[in-house]
Design a protein around this ligand. Structure first.
Ligand SMILES: [Fe+2]
Length: 278
């Protein structure tokens, strides 16, 4: 079982910094010593139900769902292999830190699209070879290096178009954009055989963070994790992130599978019922 990306301490810290609060302000409003809050954020203090309730109130989290995380009562149900037969999960790592990339396959046309690199071009290229498919697109969800590591290797070894979110300036191609690289705008559509892939910009973790949707899948990068969200870069970004996730992702059919950049696969329904940020 793939562990959840965030522990309760991470959830509390993301919500606190997302709201622009210091540990002192948060502890005072929640009626607890700062030292206890600091321990909670370091995951070295297990919250009581009462502490979870008061922190949830101060941080606008859902207290029942937060306490469920404290008790470790929830993990998204493992999808059946049949349900995801056209997706390959590439689990890469940077030391002990895990990062996910994904390959979506259209069996009829033999075309594939990758979402991020999993920081491991070899694993991606090996999977393409094993499945006997041609990489038509490599879409980046955002340009943090754990998601783009190995990009050059994939770029050189395939003829894939490399789709980079328009709002991500950090990839650093300079003035001259290499052949095959294109920028992805919000609500653009791409074809993979009979499948359609649509881009949905969910800014907040980074300015251009983009999810890629098919009829029943969402490749979410670092916007939404099972039971948590990506770290926002400012309080405005945090507000936008939660709003966009609520209105554009959690409003989808509950059966839509979500494939995050870190942690296990989940569904819209699981996140509606268990994610303490909503
Ligand atoms: Fe990231």
């Amino acid at each position: 079982m793939v562990p959840l990306e965030d522990e309760v301490g991470d959830i509390i810290r993301k919500a606190r910094t997302g709201l622009g609060l210091t540990t002192g302000q948060t502890a005072e409003r929640a009626g607890m010593p700062v030292s206890v809050l600091e321990e909670i954020e370091l995951c070295s203090h297990t919250l009581s139900q009462e502490e979870a309730g008061s922190l949830a109130k101060v941080l606008s989290l859902n207290s029942a769902k937060l306490y469920e995380s404290v008790m470790g009562l929830w993990h998204p149900e493992e999808p059946s292999p049949d349900a995801l037969s056209d997706v390959v999960i590439i689990e890469g790592s940077i030391g002990a830190y895990k990062v996910n990339g994904y390959i979506l396959i259209d069996k009829a046309s033999g075309e594939a699209a990758a979402f991020d690199t999993a920081n491991d071009s070899k694993k991606v290229l090996d999977a393409l070879q094993e499945k006997g498919v041609r990489l038509k697109y490599l879409f980046l969800t955002h340009c943090h290096t754990d998601h783009t590591g190995g990009l050059e290797g994939i770029f050189k070894a395939t003829e894939a178009g490399i789709g980079i979110p328009e709002g991500e300036a950090s990839i650093g191609f300079g003035k001259e954009i290499p052949r095959g690289v294109f920028y992805v705008k919000d609500d653009s559509e791409f074809s993979l055989g009979q499948k359609k892939i649509r881009s949905v910009v969910i800014a907040g973790h980074t300015q251009g963070s983009t999810c890629y949707m098919t009829r029943n899948y969402c490749f979410s990068g670092d916007t939404l994790f099972a039971g948590s969200v990506g770290r926002a870069y400012s309080p405005e970004a945090y507000r936008d992130l939660l709003h966009s996730l609520q209105t554009r992702i959690l409003a989808l059919n509950e059966g839509v599978y979500i494939f995050p950049g870190h942690g296990p696969v989940t569904t819209v329904g699981e996140e509606i019922r268990h994610n303490p940020f909503f």
